[in-house]
Design a binder for this molecule. Structure first.
Ligand SMILES: [Zn+2]
Length: 443
């Protein structure tokens, strides 16, 4: 067996001759010494043979982990010579060396890149024993590079879509217009999700109708008309875009957003009651209504100890508003649980009745909102869309943001979302060639 050839081919450099090696057992470091013979050298610029040998040069290139060796270096000796074509003294072409990260092989960069599709730069840096800032640059370059191959699968099922915005940055104004103008502004990123594949299709800065329109531009006119249900939050700008672009889509208001809005309402009620209790100096109610115990009141079927359960019972007896609020919330959950359309309608009617008898201004306001979006809520029930996917993806995006210690650069954050939650990765783009060679590396 020709080990020389095996190793040569395995690192993507067919023409090397391996002279010797040193394996440091204590730190699993392998140093390979190899030479590129002059007769195999071709001009790095014009792929033409070199004649007239000039001198030997050497460089060290990092290779991916090999067998037990965790860190592998290739000390390469290569010749320079005159090129037949351009008539200049040229270095030879070394296509297995990465054209941007010149001390690393293409295979090392691609391997690192694929690990970073799954985990953070810091974790990859520990696994591969390399500087993490270096890896960050690799990840950025690779995402940009793969972007040119980004395409949606042809059999993409877009019948059910949803769109949401994620918080990107809260920035301080450098110059404020006046003493009462806001100090901060928030930047959002809009990301439509294809529910059947649970993937983010595209991203755009902002949360305006323009942002969503920009995102939807990745879909062909035909695909846009294939959308049957589009779940969005109660945000008028998104409504307008969906109406304008997807003529066959019924707009569904997502359960997640409804519940979010409901919980905000309930929280306001809790705060109001908390203030009242403070005025009355009712220690028990203050204790039960503080933000710290919020979860007891607000979580759907929370796990409570017997003591907490008893205390909650007592609170409900003492405070009719909170009791009514909890009842409204609980019943609303049950309304949304309905799969049967006519059952849903009758239960919703009952729910409106409950809100009416409760006579709480806050919930009256919420009920008006529900009334306004009734057809959209009905569309949600009909579509059988589950929130699990959009909610899950939203969480995933938040995790991406936190794990990256918040992104500053909108482009890199958008790429990262597409890499982790969309189609911008090696699972969806055929990029095996990058192990061997990087054509047109500049992006
Ligand atoms: Zn040349």
């Amino acid at each position: 067996m020709d080990f020389n050839r095996l190793i040569s081919e395995a690192i993507g450099a067919q023409d090397l001759i391996f002279n010797d090696y040193k394996f440091h057992k204590n730190n699993q470091e392998l140093h390979l010494n190899a030479t590129l013979p002059f007769k195999k050298a071709i001009c790095s610029k014009c792929n033409c043979e070199l004649y007239q040998f000039h001198q030997w040069h050497s460089k060290t290139i990092r290779l991916p982990q090999m067998f037990m060796a965790q860190v592998v270096y290739l000390n390469l000796k290569f010749p320079r010579g005159k090129c037949y074509f351009c008539e200049r003294v040229m270095p030879p072409q070394l296509s297995f060396v990465h054209p941007i990260f010149k001390t690393l092989s293409c295979s090392f960069v691609e391997k690192a890149g694929r690990i970073m599709e799954e985990t953070t730069c810091a974790a990859t840096a520990r696994l591969l024993k390399i500087d993490r800032k270096h890896l960050w640059k690799i990840d950025q370059w690779r995402m940009k590079y793969l972007n040119q191959f980004l395409a949606l699968p042809e059999d993409l099922d877009v019948s059910k879509m949803s769109a949401d915005e994620v918080h990107f940055l809260t920035k301080r104004y450098k110059k404020r217009e006046g003493p009462f103008s806001p100090k901060y502004y928030i930047q959002y990123i809009t990301s439509p999700v294809c529910t059947a594949h649970s993937k983010v299709l595209s991203t755009a800065m902002g949360r305006s109708s323009v942002s969503l329109a920009k995102c939807l531009n990745v879909l062909s006119e035909e695909k846009l008309q294939e959308i049957q249900f589009f779940a969005i939050d109660m945000h008028q700008e998104f409504f307008n875009t969906v109406k304008r672009k997807c003529h066959n889509a019924e707009i569904a208001v997502d359960r997640f957003h409804l519940i979010q809005s409901l919980m905000e309402t309930f929280n306001k009620l809790r705060i109001d009651e908390f203030k009242k209790a403070k005025k009355k100096k009712d220690e028990f109610q203050i204790g039960m209504l503080t933000a710290k115990r919020r979860f007891i009141l607000m979580e759907k079927s929370p796990v409570l100890s017997t003591e907490e359960d008893n205390m909650l019972g007592k609170l409900k007896m003492l405070n009719t508003n909170i009791n009514a609020g909890m009842l409204i919330v609980d019943y609303f959950h049950r309304v949304l649980d309905q799969k049967n359309y006519s059952k849903f309608q009758s239960m919703l009617k009952e729910w409106f009745g409950i809100v009416k008898t409760a006579k709480l201004d806050l919930f009256d306001k919420f009920a008006k909102k529900v009334q306004k979006y009734k057809t959209n809520i009905e569309a949600y029930i009909k579509s059988d869309l589950t929130t699990a996917i959009s909610e899950g993806l939203n969480n995933k995006i938040k995790v991406v943001k936190r794990v990256g210690y918040n992104y500053r650069n909108p482009e890199s954050f958008q790429n990262k979302i597409l890499q982790r939650c969309g189609f911008l990765n090696s699972a969806d783009i055929d990029c095996d060639f990058l192990f061997w060679h990087v054509p047109n590396p500049q992006v």
